[in-house]
Ligand binder design. Structure first.
Ligand SMILES: [Zn+2]
Length: 124
């Protein structure tokens, strides 16, 4: 793993630079701004791109964490080991809605659902 983080950070810098150039070009040509736009228009459009990137990162990470969770979990009521499924769920993040997977188990004995890893990701 030595050097891998640095390699990925350099790749990220390059991709973000390219993303910034593409986002700026869209602002320039999509007709949403005057030839000399107010700074707030430039800032709002840039922020929207940042929020979209944030939602994509969140979705990717939360899915990774959800899918890495154990395939079975003990029922908090009776202790029986139950299968864990991953139904889709929308989380409201500070940057807007994020579609993700939420580990969810069902205990046939207790006839109840429980959420084995909700606490581990802090997702509400
Ligand atoms: Zn149970």
């Amino acid at each position: 793993m030595d050097g891998r983080v640095e390699q990925l950070q350099e790749k990220l810098r390059q991709l973000l630079k390219e993303t910034a150039e593409v986002s700026a070009e869209i602002q320039r040509i999509d007709g949403s701004q005057a030839e000399v736009p107010h700074y707030s228009q430039i800032e709002d459009a840039a922020h929207a791109t940042g929020q979209e990137l944030s939602r994509m990162i969140q979705q990717s990470r939360v899915r990774e964490v959800a899918l890495a969770a154990r395939p079975q979990a003990a029922c908090p009521t009776c202790g029986d080991v139950c299968e864990v499924a991953h139904p889709r769920r929308s989380i409201q993040s500070i940057d807007g809605p994020v579609e993700t997977l939420e580990p969810k188990a069902h205990c046939p004995r207790c006839r109840r659902d429980f959420f084995p890893s909700t606490g581990s990701t802090g997702a509400r």
